[in-house]
Design a protein around this ligand. Structure first.
Ligand code: HEM
Length: 438
């Protein structure tokens, strides 16, 4: 069979590997490697990857381009229309359970909906949507989540400085409380197990499965579900009807894992707000605005570096290539989120685009994906992060590391959150405000 397809040449493939694939793999698709993040930010590796994709677009037009890497065929998306189609047709001609994603995530969450194909996907997706109250803006337990966030924010307000280590540790406690309930607040072992297995996931199928660690993780998680009165999302999970094949603990592993991207987005949002603060501007700190700031931070530096699909049937693009079932499809998030051809605000911090409908209307801006596999935890993340930002913004923060997060120059396409530091000068006055107590 002859397939009409724009096929990248060898030199172009090598360029894509060097500028896109290797930096993505080095940074860690499943759990970030801080040293590699630092190097990627110093080189602004995302900007190079975007340039390589621009090069393909100039040569072949906006249709997808077929790239062959080590025998694996992958279509690289280059137009917003194709991105919309692929995300929208997930479950029909495309599966979210791509080969590579399945290899990576099965180290710690086999049976999670995201890597489920076939008949089990529907009941698992329904279970997730029901327990997570998707797409309601607020989860039924949001008051308890807010209380947990406020408690964990307090120690952060007591120091005059904020660094990633302290911020991340506080957010991890929030995550354990929201996912498993307050009883898990200090269960650092469960986080350690998750992260060890995520480290294995960074190596896809090249790392052996560590069954003993995974069993320990699952047993520990089940313990919180089995409490007489489970807390957090565990309570919602227990109240949700589940067919035999749903495996609630496996679904919860994804919630626990995916939540770990939230601190990155929230911390960078705080950095952006600090960088954009002017004495004249009375900064907005209402929930809707802070929610938009978190979304904007995720647009600028998507924590899901790429969204992957596999075709499930022979697939044809109008006027373009036809590819066989089993072809990988790559949506490189930064390329679409920073597309200056379409987005006048591409390299600026502009939370307003999430308030006036511009970003929502554009399916190529997809930090939480779109369509049938859209993240059902999105509103929980946004609620949690916006609530935390509101607490922290009781103080006025300024950047104390040399990050370029202010207005005036285009924002870099790659950023190192781990070395971002903030300080506050007005701690004593603000700490007197109601609600900021030990
Ligand atoms: C900043 C944090 C998060 C980000 C950026 C994020 C992003 C995403 C993205 C991009 C996808 C789709 C992946 C794909 O299409 O291949 C996804 C799927 C999913 N997310 Fe999230 N997520 C986050 C946190 C969460 C949390 C906290 C939960 C649960 C409490 C959650 C639950 C899920 C589930 C269950 C799926 C699978 C959906 C499906 O396969 O139908 N996510 N998320």
């Amino acid at each position: 069979m002859v397939y009409e397809v724009n096929r990248a040449r060898r030199t172009e493939v090598l360029r894509l590997i060097a500028l896109g694939l290797l930096p993505t793999l080095a940074q860690g698709p499943v759990i970030r490697r801080p040293h590699a993040v630092r190097v990627a930010a110093a080189l602004d590796s995302n900007a190079w990857a975007c340039r390589a994709l621009d090069g393909l677009r100039e040569r072949y037009g906006s249709g997808p381009v077929l790239v062959s890497v080590a025998g694996r065929q992958a279509l690289v998306l280059l137009s917003a229309e194709d991105a919309h189609r692929v995300l929208g047709e997930t479950g029909a001609s495309f599966t979210a359970a791509s080969k590579e994603k399945t290899a990576a995530l099965s180290h710690f969450e086999p049976d999670a909906v995201l890597i489920t194909r076939g008949a089990s996907r529907k009941p698992r997706r329904l279970f997730n949507e029901t327990a997570l109250d998707h797409p309601a803006p607020e989860h039924r337990f949001h008051e308890a989540f807010r209380a947990a966030v406020r408690e964990e924010a307090r120690p952060l307000l007591r120091h005059g400085t904020l660094d990633w280590k302290r911020f991340h540790a506080a957010y991890q406690r929030i995550v354990r409380r929201i996912v498993f309930g307050d009883a898990a607040r200090d269960d650092e072992r469960i986080t350690e197990l998750r992260d060890a297995l995520r480290g294995d996931g960074n190596w896809f199928m090249l790392h052996r499965k560590r069954h003993r660690l995974r069993t320990e993780l699952f047993v520990r998680s089940q313990k919180y579900l089995d409490l007489p009165e489970p807390g957090g999302l565990a309570r919602a999970a227990r109240a949700t009807p589940a067919a035999a094949d749903v495996k609630p603990v496996a679904q919860m592993q994804h919630w626990f894992f995916a939540f770990d991207a939230a601190p990155i987005g929230a911390y960078l949002a705080l950095g952006l707000l600090a960088g954009h603060r002017t004495e004249a501007a009375g900064a907005r700190t209402d929930h809707a605005y802070l929610r938009a700031c978190v979304l904007e931070s995720q647009r600028l530096w998507p924590t899901s570096l790429a969204i992957l699909r596999d075709t499930t049937v022979e697939t044809r693009w109008p006027g373009g290539p036809t590819v066989p079932a089993g072809t990988a499809v790559i949506f490189y998030s930064s390329y679409f989120h920073r597309d200056a051809r379409r987005l006048p605000y591409a390299d600026r911090f502009e939370p307003e685009v999430w308030l006036d409908g511009r970003a929502e209307a554009d399916w190529a801006i997809a930090p939480f994906s779109r369509g049938p596999a859209e993240c059902p935890g999105k509103n929980i993340v946004l609620f949690t992060s916006a609530t935390l930002l509101a607490e922290l913004l009781r103080l006025q923060w300024r950047l104390s590391s040399p990050h370029r997060l202010g207005p005036g120059r285009p924002l870099p396409r790659t950023v190192d959150h781990t070395s971002l530091r903030l300080t506050t000068a007005d701690r004593p006055a603000a700490a007197d405000r109601p609600g900021v107590t030990d």
